[in-house]
Design a protein around this ligand. Structure first.
Ligand SMILES: Nc1ncnc2c1ncn2[C@@H]1O[C@H](COP(=O)(O)OP(=O)(O)OP(=O)(O)O)[C@@H](O)[C@H]1O
Length: 252
């Protein structure tokens, strides 16, 4: 993000925010409610166009690219509120994600050419592997809406990974999780990084953020107030002040 400003009418949701994500790292994006974290995701994934400044990915400005074009460039995200196709099976939800990568033309799909059938077969295999990777392989044939809440969150991650992103953006993936689920999620995020992905993580749970990230960017009222390694951020007076009086569980 280079000097990204995002205005909504009179409200400045992001005020000249700049930060970089390094290949292969887990970067945490934190800040009190309304600080502008989700707006960063939206600016990075083409939901909003910055009022000012630029988002540059892999050396190229995202400019006026549409959301699906940005997905093809390699940025995927999950949402604060789960957005799955609830009537589809877990497997189908992930196969839909792999479609972003399909190269077959519409006629190829309509007439079920051998190439299309091969791609379909590969997509299902890959989707199954992803379900197993995130730990919901046993529920592949169940409708998404029938999955327990935690598994739905994992399914969302599998679907995002299906687009083969270079950068995976997770928006509060641990929302509503108990401590055991949070610990398991930390393991999964580390596993995702070990697999070669780069991860940007919005998360309110400080223990999780501090435990899993390599670096952290802190926003407050749309401005970047700090950036550094978890240990530095924890000691940073501006960060402490921003969070003062806001107990952990009040922000979850
Ligand atoms: N589409 C929009 N129209 C108007 N205001 C918006 C819009 N999107 C975000 N905002 C405002 O921008 C500010 C930043 O919101 P944002 O959702 O990015 O914060 P956040 O840091 O993600 O907060 P939270 O932790 O509560 O999710 C808020 O004041 C919000 O009301």
């Amino acid at each position: 993000m280079r000097d990204v400003t995002m205005r909504f009418g009179g409200l400045v949701a992001l005020d000249s925010v700049s930060f970089s994500i390094r290949r292969g790292e887990i970067l945490g994006l934190i800040g009190p409610n309304g600080a502008g974290k989700t707006t960063c995701f939206n600016a990075m994934t083409g939901v909003y166009r910055p009022s000012d400044g630029q988002v540059v990915f892999d050396g190229e400005p995202l400019g006026k690219l549409k959301r699906n074009q940005i997905t093809r460039r390699g940025i995927a995200r999950t949402f604060q509120n789960i957005r799955l196709f609830s009537e589809m099976t877990a497997l189908e939800n992930v196969v839909v994600g792999t479609d972003a990568r399909h190269r077959t033309s519409v006629p190829g799909a309509t007439f079920r050419t051998p190439r299309h059938r091969r791609e379909e077969h590969d997509a299902i295999e890959r989707a199954m592997a992803l379900l197993e990777f995130v730990g919901v392989g046993a529920r592949a044939t169940e409708k998404a809406r029938n999955l327990p809440y935690g598994d739905q969150r994992r399914l969302e991650i599998a679907r995002a990974l299906a687009t083969e992103p270079k950068l995976l953006c997770l928006d509060e993936p641990a929302a509503g999780f108990n401590p055991a689920e949070k610990a398991a999620l930390m393991d999964l995020i580390r596993k995702i990084r070990a697999d070669g992905y780069t991860v940007l993580l919005i998360e309110h749970d400080m223990r999780l953020v501090m435990g899993v990230t390599d670096r952290i960017v802190v926003l407050e009222f749309g401005k970047k107030i700090a950036e550094g390694q978890p240990a530095e951020i924890r000691e940073n007076p501006a960060v402490i002040a921003a969070y003062l009086g806001v107990p952990d569980d009040a922000t979850a």
